[in-house]
Design a protein around this ligand. Structure first.
Ligand code: FCB
Length: 463
């Protein structure tokens, strides 16, 4: 692996999700999702927007496949809109929903782009929420039915399947902190939700393997490394609690078949569990959850710097970053990606890892010629790729990297103000324009290696 070249066969990609780009929210027989309902509730989305149109990808998908082809990426990670396939949550399958993805998959393959499918990127059908959502065990059964319907149709062509995207976000942001759909603030429910997500994952792995023999099946987790704000015992303990609740709560069941005892004790202390026995776990659940995976998908954006509050629990502190934070307010901390990958490989030994999301929100205006010089995004991606490269050199079985995102899109509770796209989207006209980062990523993908930015005459360094 010379200088900054990546190994042969490394998968270069970009990622999106259905709720964030598709629009067409009541077309083609699509049902309502919990994010449609959430966005329709005043005060939930920062800019008061919703995802009824989003990037109108539902109508412009051919053009978007053209963008992927132009980029030259080997893979495209997208998600299937569950309410497009099972509008009622259970029962009748909407054939026109399957037709949409069937045509998309064929167009991708014809463009030389591998479809990398996520089944659940947060858009639970509202009718399932009405029956208890992820807090209800029956939702895990509904997910397996949905996975069965999609894989029966696409399993002959899709070779990469992820069950869920970031179960921590669904459980904690959606059910404990109330910032995401369905907006609950119930820590005990959040733990049930996490379990039912993991359980449905384990069950669906079997279903997917049957429908798509030889395909790679995995799950996508957000992994956030915690750092103590001060070199104190208390802050290190706060980091342990944070890591237990966010990272190990998912990694340990998936790779070790058990929830982490220290993190369970933390939940008992907080009153979220009555005792160390998890009431929602039934016989056989943990074995199902720990079904061996073909890959672990890792979404990495930043670290968390933590100090202990009076009770010893973690509180994120604003750091003084070397570089300005992204528009999300997230610190740019590329080294964290290397550290996360190395840790996962050492402690959990996944067969393969993909970085399934990494990227940054920045707003840059177009100049008079229409060029959008988003140098900060280029530096963000380049510096993270350099760390991914270091991780490979250290022996991490990293199979690919997906930049988030192909397009500016509906950034959940933050609405449209957060721009993550390699392509700028003018939401009034739906015009897509490549930012400099798109041109740059295209070169990286063609070379299979990242640039040394200092050698790029085109780019000036960010002061
Ligand atoms: C991740 C989500 C993705 C996107 C990025 C910025 O948590 O998976 O949909 O919103 O954050």
């Amino acid at each position: 692996m010379a200088d900054r070249s990546f190994p042969d066969g490394f998968l270069w990609g970009v990622a999106t999700s259905a709720q964030q780009i598709e629009g067409g929210s009541s077309q083609g027989g699509r049902g309502e999702s919990i994010w449609d309902r959430f966005a329709a509730t005043p005060g939930r989305i920062a800019d008061g927007s919703d995802a009824r149109v989003a990037c109108d990808h539902y109508h412009r998908w051919r053009e978007d496949v053209g963008l992927l082809k132009w980029l030259g990426v080997g893979a495209y990670r997208f998600s299937i809109a569950w309410p497009r396939i099972v509008p009622g949550g259970r029962g009748a399958i909407n054939a026109s929903g399957l037709d949409f993805y069937d045509a998309l998959v064929d167009a991708l393959l014809a463009a030389g782009v591998l479809p990398f499918v996520t089944l659940n990127h947060w858009d639970l059908p509202q009718p399932l929420q009405d029956r208890g959502g992820w807090g209800a065990r029956a939702t895990a059964e509904a997910f397996v039915e949905y996975a069965g319907a999609v894989s029966a149709r696409l399993g002959d062509r899709v070779r990469h399947w992820a069950t869920h995207n970031e179960p921590w976000c669904i459980a904690t942001l959606g059910h404990e902190q109330g910032e995401h759909a369905p907006g609950h603030r119930d820590p005990a429910e959040a733990l049930r939700v996490a379990h039912h997500l993991l359980l449905s994952h384990g069950w669906a792995v079997e279903t997917l393997r049957r429908a798509a023999p030889g395909a790679e099946v995995g799950i996508v987790l957000i992994v956030v490394p915690g750092w103590p704000a001060r070199p104190s015992e208390a802050d290190r303990e706060a980091v342990r609690r944070f890591d237990g609740a966010l990272n190990r709560w998912y990694l340990d069941p998936l790779f070790r078949g058990r929830y982490p005892a220290d993190a369970i004790a933390d939940r008992v202390r907080l009153g979220h569990l009555a005792g160390p026995d998890l009431p929602f776990v039934r016989e056989g659940d943990l074995e199902a959850i720990a079904t061996p995976l073909d890959f672990l998908g890792v979404n990495y954006y930043c670290r968390a710097v933590l100090r202990a509050d009076a009770a010893g629990d973690p509180v994120a502190v604003p750091v003084t970053p070397e570089q300005e934070p992204t528009d999300m307010g997230w610190e740019v901390f590329p080294q964290g990606l290397h550290d996360v990958l190395v840790r996962l490989a050492r402690e959990y030994r996944p067969a393969k890892i993909y970085v399934t999301e990494n990227g940054a929100a920045y707003t840059d205006a177009a100049d008079a010629t229409g060029r959008i010089a988003d140098l900060r995004r280029i530096e963000y991606i380049d510096s993270h790729l350099a760390q991914a490269h270091r991780a490979i050199a250290a022996g991490v079985p990293l199979g690919g990297y997906f930049a988030w995102s192909l397009l500016d899109n509906f950034e959940w509770a933050r609405g449209y103000a957060m721009r993550f796209g390699l392509f700028d989207v003018d939401f009034a006209t739906q015009r897509r324009r490549p930012r400099d980062s798109a041109h740059w990523y295209r070169r990286v993908v063609a070379a299979g290696a990242v640039d040394d930015l200092t050698q790029q005459p085109l780019l000036r360094r960010i002061p």
